[in-house]
Design a protein around this ligand. Sequence first.
Ligand SMILES: Cc1cc2nc3c(=O)[nH]c(=O)nc-3n(C[C@H](O)[C@H](O)[C@H](O)COP(=O)(O)OP(=O)(O)OC[C@H]3O[C@@H](n4cnc5c(N)ncnc54)[C@H](O)[C@@H]3O)c2cc1C
Length: 278
Amino acid sequence: MDFSNIPDIQIFVGVAVALVAVGVGAFYLFSSKKPKASLDTENFKGFKLVKRDQLSHNVAKFKFELPTPTSVLGLPIGQHISCRGKDGQGEDVIKPYTPTTLDSDVGYFELVIKMYPQGRMSHHFREMRVGDYLAVRGPKGRFKYQPGEVRAFGMLAGGSGITPMFQVARAILENPNDKTKVHLIYANVTYEDILLKEELDGLTANYPDQFKIFYVLNQPPEVWDGGVGFVSKEMIETHFPAPAHDVKILRCGPPPMNKAMAAHLEAIGYAPEMQFQF
Ligand SMILES: Cc1cc2nc3c(=O)[nH]c(=O)nc-3n(C[C@H](O)[C@H](O)[C@H](O)COP(=O)(O)OP(=O)(O)OC[C@H]3O[C@@H](n4cnc5c(N)ncnc54)[C@H](O)[C@@H]3O)c2cc1C
């Protein structure tokens, strides 16, 4: 092609347009590869509550908007956030929570919260209305999941302690390259107390060879094929992979449960490095 007849200004404009196009393309390519994390480890940032669904008399799902529709929270798998609020006396309270959403859920994050009648942060969540802002800081935590770090997880969850387990299990199961097996024992008082039941049963149905759940209830309904009472040493032996260097047991529940589970795990022979308590 002969450029000699084209005026200089047209060449200049043509080159400029091409450069801008390349720049915009590179920007989008780069930003779509690594969306900006919304969290700040040092400072609390406010996130707007956009939806609140009451799941039972004392459990609700809270959906918070991220700064832009393509933002991600930026929470590594296995870590949690600190939420700050005011208790019934108007005093500041900070508690850890694990979103049930992952960074594959863009533009928002969700928390499933169990609200205790006398609970301090529970009071804050009970009072929150759509349009209010929640102060959040993070990521926090000593555990960061790396795909393939173990052959199998045993997860011991009690009540709202299910949320960190759900986050790790979802990340494993939704990653087609991650073949880690997940065995969950989930304890609650009554059937109605089981959090995320539909989501958990959905994961079992979709990944039957990789994910197994054993529910345990203190007060089971008349027809019940799960465990009854507190989680026992025998239940753990039956439903978890045997102690091995490539097995890890994760625990998250109320303090008395965590203590009882630590004793069971030690008696079965899981070494301290095979265990992690959230
Ligand atoms: C890593 C991690 C992730 C978590 N993720 C979630 C989550 O996603 N969702 C969720 O709902 N929870 C989660 N939790 C639990 C959460 O952090 C809070 O502990 C929970 O919400 C209760 O806080 P609170 O301030 O409302 O209650 P608190 O004020 O701590 O009280 C909780 C209950 O204990 C009772 N209580 C308080 N003090 C005493 C006492 N001295 N003696 C006897 N009873 C007492 C209260 O009456 C109330 O019934 C998580 C915890 C951890 C460690």
